[in-house]
Write a protein of this length. Structure first.
Lengths: 111, 113
C-alpha cells in the first residue's frame, strides 16, 4: 500500500538552509504536498508540486521532486526561528482525494 | 484557497459521552474529509464525507463510533461517540478544492477524562 517516510528531527542554526526529505511509494500521486504544523495549531498548506514537475520555488521555499527515486525534498532558505514547527510530507492516493502523510519532521531552529 | 472553520476548537469531555464537531467551508467543495491526529503522531484519515450519502470509512473506523453528516457542499459534522481516553486526539476537517489542493481547518483538540 501507500507509504510516506520522513526523518523525524532536524536542527539548524538561524540563517542556515534547512532541507527536509521525504520518500513515497505511490507513483500515481498527482500532487505531493508540504504542510506545516506549529504547536497547538492545525495544518497550514506550505506548498505543493504537481507530479510532472521537477522543481517548484516559492520565495524561501524550494521543492525538488525526483520521480524515479520517489523522493521529495523541501528546502527552506535563510531559516528563521519562526520556521520551527513540524513539517509533514503527504501524497495524494490515486483519485480518492485522500492524503497519506509521513510521520512529520520536527524542525528546530537555534538562534 | 478555502477558508475552513471548525468548532469547537477544543473540549474536555467525560468518558461515555459524545461530542459533535462542526466544519464549515466558505465555498462549495466536492470532497470533505475527517482526519485524526493522536498525540505525537501523524494524521490518519477517518472517512470521506459524501454529500447526500453515507460517509466512506477507512479501515479501523466505523460509523457507530464516528457518525458523519454532510447535508450540503459547505458543511459537515463528525461525532465522536461513547468516548474513552483513547479518543483524546486532534480531529481535523479538510476540503479538496477544484484544483485538487487540500486545505485543513485549525482542528479540534479533544481530551477525554
Amino acid at each position: 500500500g501507500e507509504d510516506v517516510e520522513q526523518s523525524l528531527f532536524l536542527s539548524v542554526r538561524e540563517g542556515d538552509s534547512s532541507v527536509i526529505n521525504c520518500t513515497y511509494t505511490d507513483s500515481s500521486s498527482t500532487y505531493l504536498y508540504w504542510y506545516k504544523q506549529e504547536p497547538g495549531a492545525g495544518l497550514q498548506l506550505l506548498t505543493y508540486i504537481f507530479s510532472n514537475m521537477d522543481m517548484k520555488q516559492d520565495q524561501r521555499l524550494t521543492v525538488l521532486l525526483n520521480k524515479k527515486d520517489k523522493h521529495l525534498s523541501l528546502r527552506i532558505a535563510d531559516t528563521q526561528t519562526g520556521d520551527s514547527a513540524i513539517y509533514f510530507c503527504a501524497e495524494s492516493a490515486g483519485n480518492t482525494g485522500k492524503l497519506i502523510f509521513g510521520q512529520g519532521t520536527t524542525l528546530q531552529v537555534k538562534p | 484557497s478555502a477558508v475552513i472553520s471548525q468548532k469547537p476548537s477544543r473540549d474536555i469531555c467525560q468518558r461515555g459521552t459524545s461530542l459533535t464537531i462542526q466544519c464549515q467551508v466558505d465555498s462549495q467543495v466536492t470532497m470533505m474529509f475527517w482526519y485524526r491526529q493522536q498525540p505525537g503522531q501523524s494524521l490518519t484519515l477517518i472517512a470521506t464525507a459524501n454529500q447526500g450519502s453515507e460517509a466512506t470509512y477507512e479501515s479501523g473506523f466505523v460509523i457507530d463510533k464516528f457518525p458523519i453528516s454532510r447535508p450540503n457542499l459547505t458543511f459537515s459534522t463528525l461525532t465522536v461517540s461513547n468516548m474513552s481516553p483513547e479518543d483524546s486526539s486532534i480531529y481535523l476537517c479538510s476540503v479538496r478544492t477544484g484544483r485538487d489542493i487540500q486545505y485543513f481547518g485549525a482542528g479540534t483538540r479533544l481530551s477525554v477524562l
